[in-house]
Design a protein around this ligand. Structure first.
Ligand SMILES: C[S@@+](CC[C@H](N)C(=O)[O-])C[C@H]1O[C@@H](n2cnc3c(N)ncnc32)[C@H](O)[C@@H]1O
Length: 199
């Protein structure tokens, strides 16, 4: 993963807008409160695209971005450099060490489909890291009917065979779920927000 993003970090933002759909939609639909300071953790924050958007949109929100790739975090630190008091970046594989904050929201944006293996552990870890009433927010690839496309995405470390939603819906109470087609149905992506409700 680190080697892959060593090559991709510099061209990431210029190319990914073509296929990472739904990111603006989920960020706009997060029920962030304006009246108190809340914490959001983005796991696999990459180049900081979402963190910068959230820092601009929600002035009271404290943000932590966690990523395994030093090269992606270097890009992220430039993206959020105007918010030094509100955004911290941590180089860490999620679950490999204690989570650095107690977040009200945990965001996975096009990250979980790349945790292979490890996506189930990451979802369960998020459940543990959230307080009751805390929310998990996930935007990611859902499924492709094309075997060739699924194979190609697998070569790029992405698994997209509809595996994420059943676990998310079993672990959390679903608050928002949208599944939408991309590129005339070559694949589908989903936007999901779930609430932690009890043990
Ligand atoms: C496709 S990028 C998504 C970046 C960003 N969230 C976005 O929406 O543009 C996936 C990111 O997850 C990171 N990543 C992969 N496995 C990880 C892990 N186990 N813990 C933390 N980050 C991880 C990668 O380094 C990469 O930056």
């Amino acid at each position: 993963m680190r080697a892959y993003y060593r090559l991709h970090a510099r061209i990431y933002d210029a190319t990914r807008w073509l296929f990472l759909f739904g990111r603006t939609s989920i960020l706009n639909q997060l029920p962030v409160r304006a009246d108190r300071a809340q914490q959001l953790l983005e796991v696999g924050c990459g180049t900081g695209h979402n963190l910068r958007f959230l820092a601009r949109q929600f002035p009271a929100l404290q943000l932590t971005g966690l990523d395994v790739s030093k090269d992606m975090l270097e890009q992220a630190s430039k993206a959020v450099s105007t918010f030094p008091q509100r955004v911290q970046l941590v180089e860490q594989a999620y679950g490999a060490a204690p989570t650095p904050v107690r977040p009200d929201f945990i965001l996975f944006s096009y990250a979980l489909t790349m945790f292979n293996p490890g996506w189930e552990q990451a979802v369960r870890r998020a459940w543990h890291d959230l307080p009751e009433g805390g929310r998990i927010a996930v935007v990611d690839f859902h499924y492709s009917p094309s075997r060739i496309f699924r194979w190609w995405m697998g070569k790029n470390h992405v698994r997209m065979d509809g595996h994420l939603l059943p676990l998310l819906q079993a672990q959390f109470r679903t608050e928002l779920l949208e599944i939408a087609p991309a590129w005339l149905g070559l694949w589908q992506y989903f936007v999901y927000v779930g609430v932690k409700t009890g043990s």
